[in-house]
Design a protein around this ligand. Structure first.
Ligand code: ATP
Length: 498
């Protein structure tokens, strides 16, 4: 993970926000290569989800909405995480990410140990328990630890659980509900009536505009409304780089279906669509898995939620949630606004409130998944047969920030640079391309490998001296080279960049 964060900074993919002021925890900036890569992820999703489908339309709704929206959606009352304070260190923890275990010797609890959630939580608790037994010179047999998260701690246990910050018990508070919405106020007056929120999800924009789309969009059930945009959550513990941040971007789609439709089949179809889409932008199947939310943990209105999980360097985590939300959202907005949220069912000659299947994914989480799985450091041989290391980002051509680098073999040979510049100008009209004439050709290839550029085109002496106007096409992953004409290059790009 550290290597990926370092590459992200070195090559201008991601910077810490406000870095010159020491940064702001949970906020990030995307640099020149990062903003291209992110835009490509968004553009591919929009093309596949909206433009190439006949049953999905797009919207772009405001970030600050009427505060009643968030009352109707349940966010004002319930968009909370359980917060635990350490009174001594002033650290704050999410109770469900703070784990503890009783240290049980010969069947008796002698103390407690704690650890923050990670891939190795159980091992850490076990070794903490062993260390504690040794330190206190307790005789007897230590039972294997049984980790629980802090939301499961009883009032009697809470004072006995050590704070991860100090290692001492007695400073952790009982969990309390912490609302994650960022508050702001609208207008010149600041009082209770001016309170508004930065949206914590984009989904409500689609529900609130449902009627407008039905009235104007010539849509028929089933149909979807999609949106890409920023969301804001005051996460208690932003972490794992851009995986959990406080300002992030979501791509969500609400698919409205008839209440009598086969919702399970529709849910399955979207689940498959989302997995196929992730593979189409280059995520390896081996890193993807599914997590079915257990029935007892679903919200009361939810029929089913399945998350597509991704194997990140810090563990398997949620990437994309696909939820069957019944008609809860439209019913809530109908109730709170007093405006019917219906569809006229021609066959039954009756008004119905549609149900919803919602695939919701974070752009930044896709970005991190893409970066982590594309990153490789490998030994390669240079022209003289010496082994050297190359860093390469095996990004799919669909999303690579630069599609082609145009390289004149020599910088000071006009015949070469003129031909290279002409090709560059032509490519630039359609694709993100780079012109690079600095340094040895091998060095330039390495630079492009690290930026994830799938192809380099070298304009060499054969281009200008031989018949056919061909260039050397060097492929990033195989490093193989072949001669190619301009027309063939455009055909290749047409096929691979879509
Ligand atoms: P988590 O359990 O990880 O907090 P969630 O289940 O609350 O996520 P949803 O409300 O379902 O997430 O949001 C949909 C998608 O938005 C998530 O699958 C994820 O890709 C993305 N997302 C949610 N919270 C964040 C965040 N703080 N930073 C980056 N992406 C996020």
């Amino acid at each position: 993970m550290d290597a990926i964060v370092a590459l992200a900074k070195r090559r201008g993919f991601i910077f810490q926000s406000s870095e010159i002021y020491g940064g702001l925890n949970g906020f990030f900036d995307y640099g020149p290569l990062g903003s291209e890569l992110k835009k490509n992820i968004r553009d591919c999703w929009w093309a596949d989800m909206v433009r190439r489908r006949d049953d999905v339309v797009g919207v772009e709704t405001s970030i600050i909405m009427h505060p009643k929206v968030w009352e109707a959606s349940g966010h004002v009352a319930g968009f909370t995480d359980p917060l635990v304070d350490c009174k001594v260190s002033k650290q704050r923890y999410r109770a469900d990410q703070l784990f503890f275990a009783a240290v049980v010797v010969d069947g008796k609890t002698v103390a407690y140990v704690s650890a923050l959630e990670s891939e190795k939580t159980t091992e850490e608790l076990q070794s903490a328990a062993e260390a504690l037994k040794r330190k206190k010179a307790i005789q007897g047999t230590l039972a294997p630890v049984a980790p629980k998260d802090f939301t499961e701690a009883t009032p009697e246990e809470i004072p006995l659980i050590p704070s991860p910050a100090t290692g001492e018990p007695g400073s952790l508070t009982p969990p309390r509900a912490f609302n994650m919405m960022f508050e702001t106020s609208v207008g010149a007056m600041r009082d209770a009536s001016s309170v508004a929120y930065l949206r914590p999800e984009t989904a409500q924009g689609m529900f609130v505009d449902y009627k407008n789309v039905v009235d104007t969009g010539r849509v028929k059930l089933p149909f979807g409304i999609a949106q890409i945009g920023k969301s804001f959550r005051n996460e208690i513990t932003p972490r794992n780089f851009i995986f959990r941040s406080r300002e992030f971007e979501q791509m969500e789609m609400e698919y409205f279906i008839h209440p009598d439709a086969d919702w399970l089949a529709c849910h399955e179809e979207w689940l498959k669509w989302c997995q196929d889409w992730l593979k189409s932008i280059g995520l390896p199947e081996s890193h993807l898995s599914l997590h079915e939310h257990p029935k007892e943990k679903l919200a009361f209105y939810s029929r089913r939620t399945v998350d597509i999980m991704f194997k990140y360097p810090f563990g398997v985590q949620e990437l994309w949630g696909i939820a069957a939300r019944s008609d809860y959202d439209l019913q809530q907005h109908q109730k709170f606004s007093g405006v019917p949220q219906v569809f006229f069912d021609e066959a039954a000659k009756a008004k119905v409130v549609p149900h919803v299947i919602e695939p919701a994914v974070g752009v930044d989480r896709i970005f991190l998944a893409v970066l982590a799985s594309a990153y490789a450091v490998e030994d390669v041989k240079d022209e003289k047969g010496n082994v050297e290391q190359r860093t390469v980002l095996r990004l799919s051509p669909r999303i690579a920030p630069t599609k082609v680098a145009v390289l004149p073999l020599l910088k000071n040979k006009e015949a070469l640079t003129n031909r290279a510049k002409a090709l560059y100008a032509k490519l630039k009209k359609r694709y993100a391309v780079q012109y690079d004439d600095g340094g040895a050709i091998g060095k330039r290839y390495r630079r492009q490998d690290e930026a994830g550029t799938p192809w380099c085109v070298t304009i060499d002496f054969d281009t200008i001296e031989k018949e056919g106007d061909t260039f050397t096409l060097r492929e990033r992953d195989s490093m193989s080279q072949k001669r190619i004409t301009e027309a063939e290059l455009f055909t290749l790009l047409e096929e691979q960049v879509y």
